[in-house]
Design a protein around this ligand. Structure first.
Ligand SMILES: C[S@@+](CC[C@H](N)C(=O)[O-])C[C@H]1O[C@@H](n2cnc3c(N)ncnc32)[C@H](O)[C@@H]1O
Length: 216
């Protein structure tokens, strides 16, 4: 009961990044999250729209979306050089449609350094690693500022499920609090689309992830 649900990472180390990418090849449940993201993007984003991914990591989601949305352009932001190298390798066949920005999401400049105005911003399993609610709120505000009216943010992140007796790392917090932070950041509408692998009694660090939608 005193164990905290969460994980520590060394994303700047090449061996760790490669091992993480091997261990977390998308499962069928995570593929359902990708499908949910795709469904929303197909509704909200013009065929040749620009999509920005925050914490792109090994680019599993990026590859999935670039294959299924053949005219979009894509920009991956991440602070880890080894993760960006893995992403570049995975996405090599989409050359000309993909760009990368090495930046710390906790900084203030990545939003204004984007190569094109985004129609949508996406993220999976990344923002909880920023450290807490204030850090996630900072990114939510930067997203709201970078998107124009009708633009969407889809954050498929690990959360703390309602009703659990377990302690969670501060970056994992309730869906209700995420929705409040999205509203406070300037999203006019926010909702949770789905929660996967909900586990209240004996959660592991890879359980309990939700797809949160914010519409500007
Ligand atoms: C757990 S991995 C998830 C990768 C990918 N989104 C996925 O779902 O497979 C988190 C990613 O976020 C990146 N990341 C964590 N903190 C960051 C920060 N402060 N700024 C930029 N990227 C960050 C890490 O380098 C890593 O690539």
């Amino acid at each position: 009961m005193t164990e905290v649900v969460g994980a520590t990472h060394q994303f700047h180390e090449a061996e760790y990044a490669e091992d993480w990418a091997r261990r977390f090849t998308p499962t069928p449940e995570r593929m359902q999250l990708f499908e949910t993201v795709l469904e929303q993007l197909q509704r909200a984003v013009p065929a040749d729209g620009h999509i920005v991914e925050l914490g792109i990591g090994p680019a599993y989601l990026a590859e999935f979306l670039l294959e299924r949305m053949p005219h979009i352009s894509y920009e991956g932001v991440d602070f880890s050089e080894p993760m960006l190298a893995l992403a570049a390798t995975r996405l090599a066949r989409f050359e000309g449609r993909v760009q990368f920005q090495q930046a710390d999401l906790l900084g203030d400049s990545w939003g204004s350094a984007l190569t094109r105005p985004p129609a949508a911003m996406v993220s999976t399993w990344a923002l909880h690693d920023l450290g807490g609610q204030a850090q996630t709120a900072h990114v939510y505000r930067a997203c709201a500022a970078a998107l124009s009216q009708g633009g969407i943010l889809l954050n498929g992140d690990l959360i703390k499920p309602d009703g659990t007796r377990h302690l969670f790392e501060p970056g994992r917090f309730t869906i209700g609090r995420h929705l409040e932070l999205l509203q406070e950041a300037g999203f006019s509408d926010s909702r949770c689309l789905h929660l996967w692998e909900e586990e209240i009694e004996a959660p592991t660090s890879a359980d309990n992830y939700a797809c949160l939608l914010g519409i500007v």
